[in-house]
Design a protein around this ligand. Structure first.
Ligand code: ARG
Length: 562
């Protein structure tokens, strides 16, 4: 069912010289419902017809077949089409209720794999807000991919290799205490790491010790390896707690270390293609053709870099998953780097380099403070989430003191609030927030949308959970029209969000639908016993399904009561 197609067909009969695609392109969606549901502007015909647009509109409207519409009218140079609301409304509702799971889904991707490099925190350091953004944006994009017929492969490219581990081991050997690490691994290891870095100025030998330990690690020294395995395991345990809170899982945890023994091939390929140049002992790839600085792939001591591992990773992923697209959800500070990565792969002649998309996002801060892990003033993601849950719990205690599973709901609301706030804005923007604002049940928040959903569910409970199986529906309540229109736009919103890797379109959509619904609810008695009651309940059920689906794309839960 496609309402726009109905408009195209009506116009096509009146304008036989124009093909349907052209007509479809010209048709607009008026912002104001007063101007109908679709509008056809006639300006572009003025030249060929040698007439004023107003006149064209008047002549044309007489030829348009208006049957099936509520009305078709001229407004200056426009022809405005008003859909038969009762019928269209009924159709939209029946479509949603017949298969709520798949409403808004499409098969654009034909099952093609999309690898999504996301989250990717660094071992032995706390997970910061940047990694939260990468995690929730990546997860929402994965859900958008599923909804549009792709198969997402979520990869956590853990930062578990590199010279910093040498430093960490050297620090541990000097000041380390096993019990202390076990009790609070990430913070303890982070402290050792900060200590060795801050004291390195006075003790130049520390830098050498770090290098030696990393060399040991790369050479497979037993003790170095054992420490590395241990640090990694403890860190991952903590990260898992956060992933559990966020309810995000991964298809792979192959991080940098995984590629450590796989880099020879890429180096050899670069040599074979005469792309590897020597510069003061280091190996670089010239990228001046791309207006970029050269990419370093080998250090002068022969060791490899972040870039070397990423080149290897890209090739590995292409072979392993045969991806249709390969996405990297990484903070804006690495934009230049990912430009270089793609350029090197393009230089190497890999056709598939075109399928690589860097998905950038801006910095996130709390109360105006940047959340960094380098310095001491760290705002930790886990604390932010836990504070948010606490605040949600308080609000529930005030609003719904008898709620049975209040703790579970508080978690869904508290975590959902942070995720929603992250995703409702264009990901490229910086985000600053105060938790108090984000967890509020009013305003442009996640809890506001969750609350609209819970309200809808409560109405349905009161109505005894009506069944709509096989019911022929029309929708006669004019006040419901903005909701129906919004509902009918869900699929195209999902497609646009997927095509632009932009979950904020779904966040904005959910807010708008929740607002439409609340407005309707404020002016309509839904449960009153008249002959439109079932229609109204069908509307409420459809709103509930679509709100839940939109929230699910964002990775936000929709409790039935809150
Ligand atoms: N671990 C890196 C960081 O925290 C992000 C890794 C992004 N992914 C990649 N393939 N380079 O900055």
């Amino acid at each position: 069912m496609d309402e726009k197609q109905q408009v195209v067909a009506a116009l096509a009969a009146a304008l036989p010289d124009l093909d349907q695609a052209t007509l479809a392109e010209k048709i607009e969606r008026p912002k104001d419902n007063k101007n109908g549901d679709y509008a056809f502007p006639t300006f572009f015909l003025a030249k060929t017809l040698h007439k004023a647009p107003q006149l064209i509109a008047q002549e044309l409207v007489a030829k348009v077949d208006s049957s099936g519409f509520e009305k078709v009218e001229v407004a200056g140079p426009y022809i405005n089409f008003f859909l038969d609301k009762a019928k269209v409304g009924g159709n939209v509702l029946m479509e949603i209720l017949a298969d709520p799971e798949n409403y808004g889904s499409s098969d654009l991707g034909h099952g093609g794999n999309v690898t999504i490099d996301m989250s990717s925190p660094n071992i032995a350091k706390p997970m910061g807000m940047g990694h939260l953004r990468s995690t929730v944006i990546g997860n929402a994009i994965a859900n958008l991919m599923t909804k549009t017929g792709y198969h997402p492969v979520k990869v956590n490219h853990l930062g578990d290799w590199g010279t910093q581990f040498g430093k960490l081991m050297a620090a541990y050997k000097m000041w380390g205490n096993e019990e202390e690490v076990k009790a609070d691994p990430i913070n303890t290891l982070q402290r050792y790491y900060v200590k060795i870095n801050t004291e390195a100025d006075e003790h130049p030998e520390y830098a050498d010790m770090g290098r030696e330990w990393f060399k040991k690690l790369e050479d497979g020294d037993e003790e170095a390896y054992r420490l590395w395995v241990w640090f990694r395991k403890e860190s991952l345990k903590r990260f898992m707690k956060i992933y559990k809170l966020l309810d995000v899982d991964f298809d792979s945890y192959n991080g940098e270390a995984f590629y450590n023994d796989k880099m020879d091939e890429i180096i050899q390929l670069l040599k074979d293609k005469h792309l590897l140049q020597e510069s003061r002992g280091a190996g670089i790839v010239d990228l001046s053709k791309y207006d970029l600085n050269p990419a370093m792939v080998l250090k002068s001591d022969g060791s490899t870099l972040y870039m070397t591992r990423d080149l290897t990773t890209a090739l590995f992923r292409k072979r392993m998953y045969g991806f249709a697209k390969s996405l990297y959800v990484v903070g804006a500070e690495q934009e230049y780097y990912f430009g270089q990565l793609k350029a090197v792969l393009t230089e190497m002649g890999f056709e598939w380099a075109k399928q690589i998309h860097y998905i950038k996002f801006g910095l996130m801060s709390l109360n105006g403070k940047k959340m960094s892990t380098r310095k001491g003033n760290v705002v930790q993601l886990e604390d932010v989430l836990n504070d948010s849950i606490k605040m949600a719990r308080q609000q529930i205690a005030e609003k719904n003191p008898t709620l049975a599973n209040a703790d579970e709901v508080a978690e869904q609301v508290g975590v959902g609030a942070v995720i929603f706030h992250d995703l409702k804005n264009d990901r490229r923007n910086r985000v600053d927030f105060r938790l108090e604002d984000v967890v509020k049940f009013e305003g442009e928040t996640g809890p506001y949308v969750q609350y609209a959903h819970a309200r809808a569910e409560s109405i349905l409970r009161k109505a005894g959970k009506p069944s709509f199986d096989g019911v022929e529906l029309a929708l006669h309540d004019e006040k419901a029209w903005p909701i129906v229109k919004r509902l009918s736009q869900y699929g195209e919103t999902v497609e646009r969000a997927a095509a632009n890797y932009d979950p904020s379109l779904i966040g904005k959509y959910a807010l708008a639908l929740a607002k439409d619904f609340n407005q309707y609810y404020a002016h309509t008695r839904i449960l009153v016993d008249d002959d439109q009651k079932l229609e109204r309940l069908a509307l409420v059920q459809a709103v509930s399904y679509v709100l839940k689906s939109a929230l699910a794309i964002l990775g936000v839960k929709a409790p039935d009561e809150m």
